[in-house]
Write a protein that binds this ligand. Structure first.
Ligand SMILES: Cc1cc2nc3c(=O)[nH]c(=O)nc-3n(C[C@H](O)[C@H](O)[C@H](O)COP(=O)(O)OP(=O)(O)OC[C@H]3O[C@@H](n4cnc5c(N)ncnc54)[C@H](O)[C@@H]3O)c2cc1C
Length: 228
């Protein structure tokens, strides 16, 4: 059991916590960063970066299918395994955060692996160790997918974004619960990669929480790709 101190303790080193920690280090403060999974958080490993690689691949597939009237006959055999390999080799180091952890420590941050708990004003406990923050504690613990109370869902092997992003083959069919940006982009991407039964987005994109900010043509576009 140890106790140590720092100017600031940052809980969670995703994009939010990582940016705060960087700026505090730049300002000359001592920073303890606590991370229970991967330094970098959701975005580089199961979010923005790999999803955009998949979407880029799926756009190439769609463009290829549209080439005929403009560029000549063209054919393509969609295969998610190609982009799955790139995600492992070029984006996530097969979900290894050594580079990001080294970068944080190289800037002078103290990285603590484990799950942080608040234990009073300025006190953070990780396992048997206590960290006392002289200036403050930053909670940047992110969010997790909400699993809706759908009867029977808990007994199925459902996916969240993590299983979708780490898939090596497109599923044969998919029902996407949640018509927000993540649900829609994943549905369209998988549909373009050749799911036989298509993706159903529920609720339909137009009726999602941010309906007023969505372009009216989006359902048409996703439907054309087999993701109504
Ligand atoms: C499929 C998908 C695509 C996306 N695409 C985009 C995009 O194109 N552009 C965009 O801007 N955003 C995108 N996002 C959203 C983006 O990933 C999030 O907005 C971003 O990751 C949020 O950063 P964060 O630091 O708040 O949280 P997170 O990234 O969730 O990081 C929080 C960190 O805190 C850690 N943590 C939590 N609790 C504790 C604890 N008690 N102790 C220690 N550590 C803890 C977690 O392990 C995690 O690493 C996408 C998300 C998904 C799922």
């Amino acid at each position: 059991m140890t106790s140590s101190s720092a100017d600031v303790v940052v809980i969670g080193l995703g994009p939010g916590g990582g940016e705060v920690a960087d700026r505090l280090l730049d300002a000359g403060m001592s920073v303890v960063g606590v991370e229970r999974e991967l330094v970098g958080g959701e975005c580089p490993y199961w979010g923005c970066v790999p999803s955009k690689m998949m979407i880029r691949g799926s756009t190439l597939i769609a463009e290829n299918r549209r080439a005929d009237p403009y560029a000549g006959r063209s054919s393509i055999e969609p295969d998610l395994a190609f982009v799955a390999k790139r995600i492992r080799d070029e984006a996530t180091d097969t979900w290894d955060d050594t580079v990001a952890a080294d970068r944080f420590e190289g800037k002078g941050g103290r990285l603590v692996r484990g799950s942080a708990k608040l234990a009073g004003t300025g006190r953070v406990v990780v396992g048997d160790d206590t960290f006392v923050a002289a200036r403050g504690v930053v909670v940047a613990s992110g969010s997790a997918p909400v699993v809706p109370p759908v009867q029977g869902l808990a007994d199925t092997r459902y996916w969240t974004n993590r299983e979708a992003i780490s898939a090596e083959q497109a599923p044969t069919s998919l029902v996407v619960l949640g018509g927000g940006s993540v649900g829609v982009e994943l549905a369209q991407m998988f549909a373009r990669y050749g799911m036989r039964c298509g993706a159903r987005v529920w609720p339909p994109p137009c009726r999602g929480r941010n309906a007023t900010r969505r372009p009216a043509r989006r359902p048409t576009a996703t439907a054309a790709d087999g993701a109504p």
